[in-house]
Design a protein around this ligand. Structure first.
Ligand code: KIV
Ligand code: ZN
Length: 520
């Protein structure tokens, strides 16, 4: 049996479907490219039939990504599979992933069918998908709770129909490692044509066992793990990619398998996904949590000083975390910034050194010392406002104290015009948001607003994360500055620009539809 474990990343599908505010096409592309650099074998880019926005982003990713196979999800129906094929056909290599539920509770309660109907649908779906590509994956949704005889039957039929990968999801995160490993073992023992497909697993984390179950499955012969960066996904999430990859690397002695993951890209990819998805990583999270490589107790620190393997089973450098801390100030030259970015894992073509350096100097003037976190924050800010944005704050003034009201005045650019407005509010941020709202001609509601800090102590930068609701959709905005009011203003404006971009995409789509009708 091949000892390579294929890493199938579903951050942009299972992960994205669980976010409060959906990602823009640009953000999805940024994540897809980071995941490609991470060395993932297959990127599940979305569920094309679910919305025109998803179709568009899957297509853009399929056009851009070259080193990973791009995959789309479809239910076991022709319309879904056709949408996948249409979105993916621009890719160099693509996979269609089709699925149907196989557990009694799903078949009877959710689908209101019997198992024979579901089996027929699965066979038809796989055969139909094979018309578009030789790379077809079939998933038995809720396999973890499927009677084993039915599961064996379904797997055998799907392989016979042409599926080249069979995925066994523990959709509700119910099984225990030995039990899940046992299911995989049984499939290997009982399905006669099992050697004609790769066996994959897709575990959810409802009981905190997603990664443990995936590893148990690998020990039983599975050779594909479906996972997400930082473990994001439905409910308690999916198996975390970084944990699965580092277990396989660190315990190679016992597992005897490997992946194609570039481990040093892990920390950087985790930060990008956390930032763009507005999903903070818990400090004690394995591999990528802020404390994953910190040692607090005196005994541990003493051990670490004597030999790092006393308390570290892997080094932070092995996942791309750099230990050296340089204090950067306004006297640090451009080459120092470039060098620092390199040691943080960013290559020159990931960013524009001139822009970054100018922003760095401004920040260094305000803050004195600039830390690694600050540099990354500046980079995220630049990436966010890469294009000349439609909405911009040109100037803002806020007055607040212990009195009842705060007052804000704003000079606000919309495209080529500039508006000036002022408003009061029940705090400085509210006053600022009321003033901006006077400048725009549509109403939005703030659904969530969080202020946190990035970087060291009171010297850290203020970070604002905001979710706004507009026309039944949620949009995420992000701002970072030395001043929390300024960061909050940036977050509001970045959410407005996300709405603007979504609206433009909608207009283009409507225009195309009108042209199509006119041409008929
Ligand atoms: O959890 C699940 O079963 C899924 C399938 C669509 C693979 O996400
Ligand atoms: Zn899932």
């Amino acid at each position: 049996m091949d000892n390579k474990v294929i890493i199938f990343d579903t951050t942009l599908r299972d992960g994205e479907q669980a976010l409060t505010a959906s990602l823009s096409v640009h953000e999805k592309l940024q994540i897809a490219q980071a995941i490609e650099r991470l060395g993932v074998d297959i990127i599940e880019a979305g569920f094309p039939v679910s919305s025109p926005g998803d179709f568009n982003s899957v297509q853009q990713i399929a056009k851009t990504v070259k080193n990973s196979i791009v995959c789309g999800l479809s239910r076991a129906v022709e319309a879904d599979i056709k949408a996948c094929a249409d979105a993916l056909s621009v890719a160099d290599q693509f996979r269609i992933h089709t699925f149907i539920s196989t557990s009694d509770v799903h078949v009877q309660q959710k689908l209101r069918k019997d198992f024979a109907d579901v089996e027929a649908m699965a066979i038809h779906a796989v055969k139909y998908a094979r018309r578009f590509t030789d790379d077809v994956e079939f998933s038995c949704e809720d396999a973890g709770r499927t009677p084993i005889d039915n599961l064996c039957r379904m797997v055998e039929q799907a392989i016979k129909a042409g599926a080249t990968t069979i995925n066994i999801p523990d959709t509700v995160g119910y099984t225990l490692p030995h039990e899940f490993g046992g299911i995989i073992d049984t499939l290997f023992n009982r399905v006669p044509n099992i050697d004609q497909a790769v066996i994959s697993v897709h575990c959810h984390n409802d009981l905190g066992l997603a990664v443990a179950n995936s590893v148990a499955a690998v020990q039983a012969g599975a050779r594909q793990i479906e996972c997400t960066v930082n473990g994001i996904g439905e409910r308690a999430g999916n198996a975390s990619l970084e944990e699965a990859a580092m277990i396989i690397k660190t315990r190679q002695d016992l597992l005897g398998v490997h992946t194609g993951i570039n481990h040093q890209e892990i920390a950087k990819t985790s930060k990008l996904v956390s930032h763009l998805c507005n999903m903070p990583v818990q400090p004690n999270k394995a591999i990528v949590g802020g404390n994953a490589f910190s040692h607090s107790s005196g005994i541990h620190q003493d051990g670490m000083l004597k030999a790092s393997n006393t308390y570290e089973i892997m080094t932070p450098e092995s996942v791309g975390i750099s230990k050296t801390k340089l204090n950067l100030t306004s006297r640090s030259g451009r080459h120092v910034i470039k060098h620092r970015m390199e040691s943080l894992g960013y290559q020159e073509n990931d960013y524009d050194l001139n822009t970054l350096y100018q922003d760095f100097l401004k920040l260094a003037d305000k803050k004195g010392q600039v830390f690694d976190d600050d540099l990354e924050a500046l980079l995220f800010n630049i990436q966010q406002s890469d294009n000349q944005e439609h909405y911009r704050i040109e100037d803002l003034n806020v007055l607040s104290g212990s009195g009842e009201f705060a007052t804000a005045g704003v000079k606000f650019a919309i495209g080529d015009t500039v508006e000036v407005a002022s408003a009061t509010g029940n705090g400085p941020v509210d006053a600022l948001y009321q003033a901006i709202k006077k400048c725009i001609d549509f109403d939005i509601e703030v659904a969530d607003y969080k202020i946190s800090n990035k970087g060291a102590g009171e010297d850290g930068l203020g970070v604002a994360n905001l979710v706004v609701q507009w026309q039944n959709r949620k949009f995420h905005g992000y701002g970072i500055a030395t001043d929390v009011i300024e960061a909050s203003g940036q977050a509001f404006v970045s959410a407005l620009n996300a709405i603007y971009r979504a609206q433009q995409i909608k207009n283009i789509r409507e225009q195309k539809a009108i042209e199509k009708i006119a041409n008929i």
